[in-house]
Design a protein. Structure first.
Length: 136
């Protein structure tokens, strides 16, 4: 005679093998899998929408443009005439006025640009300030 535990297990195995899912059950199971896949993909999987990917690309392009313009400005400043006097003037200028100083000096003017590139002046001033040896 079989024990109660083995009969319950055998009964469960039989029920699982004999189970026939309805179309409604299959539909909802598939729908739940799709929702779970999308939710996990966007939260942990690193998926992005087209709009957020476009925004990230535009931000990266703007940052790269400012970095390039800042580097060009710093090079122009360093190779310009009377660099020691100009550097001393820049260092005496308040940090919030350094962008205006660089614009007025013409170091931020790029060919084909009417206005300086946003953020380039601050990067240029930082590069120039970091190149100046500290006072003794």
């Amino acid at each position: 005679m079989a024990t109660t535990a083995s009969m319950g297990t055998q009964g469960f195995k039989t029920r699982v093998q004999d189970y026939k899912a309805s179309k409604t059950t299959l539909f909802w199971a598939c729908a739940a899998c799709i929702v779970a896949t999308v939710a996990i993909g966007f939260t942990w999987g690193g998926w992005t929408t087209g709009a957020s990917a476009r925004m990230m690309g535009e931000k990266a392009a703007t940052t790269a443009e400012a970095n390039l313009a800042g580097g060009i400005c710093a090079t122009r400043f360093a190779t310009g005439p009377d660099v020691q006097a100009q550097t001393a003037l820049l260092m005496k200028t308040a940090t919030y006025d350094r962008a205006d100083f660089l614009v007025k000096g013409g170091w931020l003017a790029l060919p084909g640009q009417k206005e300086p590139i946003a953020g380039a002046a601050d990067l240029c001033a930082q590069q120039i300030a970091s190149a100046v040896p500290p006072a003794k």
